[in-house]
Write a protein that binds this ligand. Structure first.
Ligand code: SF4
Ligand code: SF4
Length: 355
């Protein structure tokens, strides 16, 4: 571990900007709220910002993206396919550990199954990740309940932990070590790990009691969802609260539903576009002939919670599909963000005497 004085952090970000396009928490001009966004100036990356409204997933899996173009030549009867060169090296700076775990879930979805998604891979390779231990959790945060925070354990090149006037700088890769050498950082000394442990413990103690009291219950809810123990009336209740706006999926760092559309670009050509989708939308599972296996909203709602909390899904991600960022609780107009649904299931199963 190394010591990065806080006043030197801009030098670190500027060094990354020499080799990478920079992304991080950037305060918006009008609202002053932090968004995870492209930073054109290293000074725009705010390591001290609150959790960003959006997760960083849009950097690797953009909300709408051309994944290829094709053209059919009628005369020669030949089709040609073209892929854009997407490989711009990117540095994601200031990722909270919930969001880094979300990114690892996306890796397993796009890269860790039968097919490797080349477009996602293009974004993912040549990426530098600077994680930031969360020392000031927010009221909706519950990463401590989903084994994803407040400090990252894997997947970073550098992990920073705020410690007074300094950051403890952990290199998680050769690239991270090289950056420490390039910046001429001093070794942190033998007590650095213990010091970091105390900072992380203090952060855990700051989590809102209401958010963390679901800790034991999350694993029980995983068990109940996986075994099909939750009655349909629970999903009907949850479905009744849902406005089908899709906001929960769009702010979720692990939601990966998408739609593919070919859009004519003229002269026999078309662009194949990939856009975010949401399992809460009725059209998501609608098929030709208007058949829809998930027509009632509760059928669609329970699928989202299966995806986040069932054991079958967790096996795919090697962790729960929810990383406890709390964003869905923040944006849901129906008040059925994931923590509330866990609380509701907990109340219902306790009421039914099944605890
Ligand atoms: S389900 Fe909600 S709390 Fe969990 S990771 Fe997604 S947005 Fe965050
Ligand atoms: S944010 Fe809430 S209301 Fe909107 S789709 Fe998600 S669960 Fe339904």
């Amino acid at each position: 571990m190394y010591i990065l004085p806080k006043k030197e952090s801009l030098r670190m970000i500027a060094a990354l900007a020499e080799d990478y396009d920079l992304y991080g928490p950037v305060l918006q001009d009008v609202s002053g709220e932090p968004l995870f966004d492209r930073a054109m100036d290293p000074a725009d990356v705010r390591l001290d910002a609150a959790i960003t409204y959006n997760p960083p997933k849009g950097v690797l899996f953009p909300q709408s993206e051309r994944i290829l173009s094709y053209r059919y030549d009628r005369e020669s009867r030949k089709a040609s396919i073209r892929r854009d060169d997407l490989v711009r090296p990117k540095a994601l700076v200031g990722l909270r550990s919930c969001d880094l775990n979300g990114l690892l879930c996306l890796d397993r979805f796009f890269l860790g199954q039968e097919y490797v998604d080349d477009v996602y891979l293009d974004h993912r390779k040549k990426m530098f990740i600077v994680a930031n231990t969360c020392v000031r959790p927010f009221p909706q945060c519950f990463c401590v309940c989903t084994d994803s925070g407040p400090s990252a354990r894997e997947g970073f090149d550098v992990n920073l932990t705020e410690a007074g006037d300094d950051y403890l700088f952990e290199a998680g890769s050769d690239k991270g070590e090289a950056l420490a050498k390039r910046l001429g950082l001093k070794e942190a000394g033998p007590d650095a790990s213990a010091r970091k442990g105390r900072i992380v413990d203090a952060s855990i103690a700051r989590f809102d009691a209401e958010a963390t009291e679901n800790k034991a219950w999350i694993s029980r809810v995983v068990n109940r969802i996986t075994t099909g123990f939750i009655g349909n009336e629970v999903w009907e209740y949850v479905g009744d609260q849902c406005f089908e706006c899709g906001a929960c999926a769009f702010v979720c760092p692990t939601c990966s539903c998408f739609n593919i559309e070919d859009v004519a670009s003229g002269e026999g050509g078309a662009d194949r576009m990939r856009s975010w989708d949401s399992c809460s939308f009725e059209g998501y599972t609608r098929m030709a002939g208007d058949h829809n296996p998930r027509k009632p909203v509760e059928d669609r709602r329970n699928k989202r919670f299966f995806c986040k909390l069932s054991y079958t899904q967790s096996k795919k991600y090697l962790r729960p599909g929810c990383v406890g960022c709390g964003r869905c609780a923040r944006v849901c107009p129906g008040d059925i963000g994931l923590p509330n649904v866990v609380t509701y299931i907990r109340r219902e199963t306790t009421k039914a005497g099944t605890r």
